[in-house]
Design a protein around this ligand. Structure first.
Ligand code: ATP
Ligand code: MG
Length: 162
């Protein structure tokens, strides 16, 4: 696990941009954390780094948004999904097949419906209002291979105690 800390939304966006630089087609990122933790903020910084010009907004009601940047960015929010069967309608395997990167807010709640290769980004609240602790966990060979590069990319936000 790689642990980082940010103390402003812009910092979380910059950290996301640093991670985006390591990503390629077919990558899956699960965004985990309570309401208001910064999952959408992370996606905004991530998208900008990939050249997305349209404003990235929360897909809480639409479930899935799509943005064109250097690659296609699929931004899903599965907060409202109650049954695992509903995930089928989102056609996630097809999304992952294309020349796209997929980010899923609350992705940990649908793990059985997802492939085993992903980066988990877990955001939790810190001491001050704008403090966030960001934990990165790699799963599967695609991300395992990038673990060192990931740690280096976010070096400026690393928590020295971890
Ligand atoms: N360090 C920080 N990192 C990210 N967001 C921060 C930080 N400090 C303050 N914020 C604020 O916290 C809020 C995060 O909202 P955001 O919509 O990104 O959360 P979310 O995790 O997507 O919530 P939801 O589960 O409702 O979709 C924003 O208002 C943002 O400005
Ligand atoms: Mg959100």
């Amino acid at each position: 696990m790689i642990q980082a800390r940010t103390s402003a939304p812009e910092e979380t966006k910059e950290l996301a941009a640093a991670i985006a630089a390591l990503c390629g087609a077919g990558d899956l990122i699960l965004l985990v954390g309570d309401l208001g933790a910064g999952k959408t903020a992370f996606t905004q910084g991530f998208g900008v780094a990939l050249g997305v010009e349209d404003p990235i907004t929360s897909p809480t009601f639409t479930l899935a948004n799509e943005y064109q940047g250097r690659l296609l960015v699929h931004h899903l929010d599965v907060y409202r999904i109650e049954q695992l069967e509903e995930v089928r309608d989102l056609a996630i395997p097809e999304l992952l097949d294309g020349a796209a990167i997929t980010l899923i807010e609350w992705g940990d709640t649908i793990l059985p419906a997802l492939p085993g290769d992903y980066l988990e980004v877990r955001l939790t609240f810190g001491e001050e209002d704008d403090d966030r602790v960001i934990e990165l966990r790699v799963a599967g060979p695609r991300w395992m291979a990038r673990k060192k590069a990931l740690a280096e990319a976010i070096h400026s936000w690393r928590d020295p105690s971890c």
